[in-house]
Design a protein around this ligand. Structure first.
Ligand code: NDP
Length: 298
C-alpha cells in the first residue's frame, strides 16, 4: 500500500472559475443589448434544507448577473395549481430557466411536474427528453452534478479515456446520468455502476481508477475499498451530529476522508468539492437556456 497523500481537488476554486466565465458571458450579453438570463425557482413547503439550497442558488445567480425570482407555495399546493404555474412559466418568453426544488410533497407526482417543464427551460436536466438526449450523446442541457464532476476531472487533469470508473449509487440525478456521461465517446471511461444489491462491493470499488461515491451514507467508502492511486470523487452530503458546532451538526461526505486521502491520488472534500460545482453548472445551464430562448424568439 502506498503512503502518498492525495491531491485535494478544490471544487470551490474550480466552481469560482466556472462562475467567473459565466459572469463574463452574461456581461457580454448585456453589452450586446440583450437582457440578463432569468431563472424562476419554484419552492414548495417549509423544508429548511430545501429553503437553504434555494437561497444558495439565488445568491450564486445574482453574483454572476443572472436574475431570479422565487415562487414559494405552501405544502398544501395541489398538483393542478403547480401544473398551471409551470405552464405559465413555460410560455413566458422572459423566463429562460425553471428549477423546481425537489423533493415535492408526497401528494404531488414529481415525474408529472418534471415532464410538464419545457425541456429547453429545464436547467436541472431531469425532463425525459433531456435525459434521452444525454443518453444519445446529443447536444443540450447537461445535469448539473454529473457535469460538475466531469468538469472537476477535466480541470484536475485526470484521464478518463480507457480508465475504469466505478460509481456507487444509481439515482436518476447522480449515478445513472454520470455513468452515461462517463461512457460517451470522447470521455471514454469503462463504467461500472454499483448499488445496495451489489455483491462483493469492495472487490469492485478496488478496481476503480476513478471512484465516485453517491450513496448518502457518511464515511461509507473506507481505505480498504480504494485502489492505491485512484481518483476519488465524493458526492455525498450527510449531516453528522457534532456537539462542538453551534448548529449541532457538521456536513460530511460518503468517503472516510482522512484514511482514503492517504491512499488515493486525488480526492474531493465535503464540503467544497462537488457541491459548489453543482450550483455553477446549473447557472451555466441557465445561460444556455437563455440562448435557446433567443433562438426561439427569432
Ligand atoms: P439516492 O438515495 O437517490 O441514491 C443512493 C444510492 O446509493 C442508491 O442507488 C442506493 O442503492 C445506493 N446505496 C445505498 N446504500 C448502499 C450500500 N450499502 N451499498 C451500495 N450502494 C448503496 O441518493 P442521491 O443520488 O440523490 O444522492 C446521494 C448522495 O449525494 C446524498 O448524500 C445526496 O445528499 C448527495 N448529493 C449531493 C449533490 C451535490 O451537489 N454534492 C447533488 C445530489 C446529491 P439502491 O438504488 O439499491 O437503493
Amino acid at each position: 500500500m502506498t503512503t502518498e497523500t492525495a491531491t485535494l481537488i478544490d471544487g470551490k476554486a474550480i466552481a469560482a472559475d466556472v462562475r467567473a466565465s459565466i459572469k463574463s458571458d452574461v456581461e457580454a450579453r448585456l453589452a450586446a443589448g440583450k437582457r440578463a438570463p432569468f431563472l424562476s425557482v419554484v419552492l414548495i413547503g417549509e423544508d429548511p434544507g430545501s429553503a437553504s439550497y434555494v437561497r444558495g442558488k439565488h445568491r450564486a445567480a445574482s453574483e454572476v448577473g443572472i436574475k431570479t425570482d422565487n415562487l414559494a407555495f405552501p405544502e398544501t399546493v395541489s398538483e393542478e395549481e403547480l401544473l398551471a404555474v409551470i405552464d405559465r412559466l413555460n410560455r413566458d418568453p422572459e423566463i429562460d430557466g425553471i428549477l423546481v426544488q425537489l423533493p415535492l410533497p408526497s401528494h404531488i407526482d414529481d415525474q408529472k411536474i418534471i415532464s410538464a417543464l419545457s425541456p429547453a427551460k429545464d436547467v436541472d436536466c431531469f425532463h425525459p427528453e433531456n435525459v434521452g438526449r444525454l443518453m444519445l450523446g446529443l447536444p443540450g442541457l447537461k445535469p448539473a452534478t454529473p457535469a460538475g464532476i466531469l468538469e472537476l476531472l477535466k480541470r484536475s487533469g485526470i484521464e478518463t479515456s480507457g480508465k475504469h470508473a466505478v460509481i456507487v449509487g444509481r439515482s436518476n440525478i447522480v449515478g445513472k446520468p454520470l455513468a452515461n456521461m462517463l461512457m460517451q465517446k470522447g470521455v471514454d471511461a469503462t463504467v461500472t455502476v454499483c448499488h445496495s444489491r451489489t455483491a462483493n462491493l469492495a472487490e469492485i470499488t478496488r478496481q476503480a481508477d476513478i471512484l465516485v461515491a453517491a450513496i448518502g451514507k457518511a464515511d461509507f467508502i473506507t481505505a480498504d475499498m480504494v485502489k492505491p492511486g485512484a481518483a476519488v470523487i465524493d458526492v455525498g452530503i450527510n449531516r453528522v451530529e457534532d456537539a462542538s458546532r453551534e448548529r449541532g451538526y457538521r456536513l460530511t461526505g460518503d468517503v472516510a476522508f482522512d484514511e482514503v486521502s492517504g491512499i488515493a491520488s486525488y480526492i474531493t472534500p465535503v464540503p467544497g468539492g462537488v457541491g459548489p460545482m453543482t450550483i455553477a453548472l446549473m447557472l451555466k445551464n441557465t445561460l444556455i437556456a437563455a440562448r435557446f430562448q433567443e433562438q426561439e424568439s427569432g
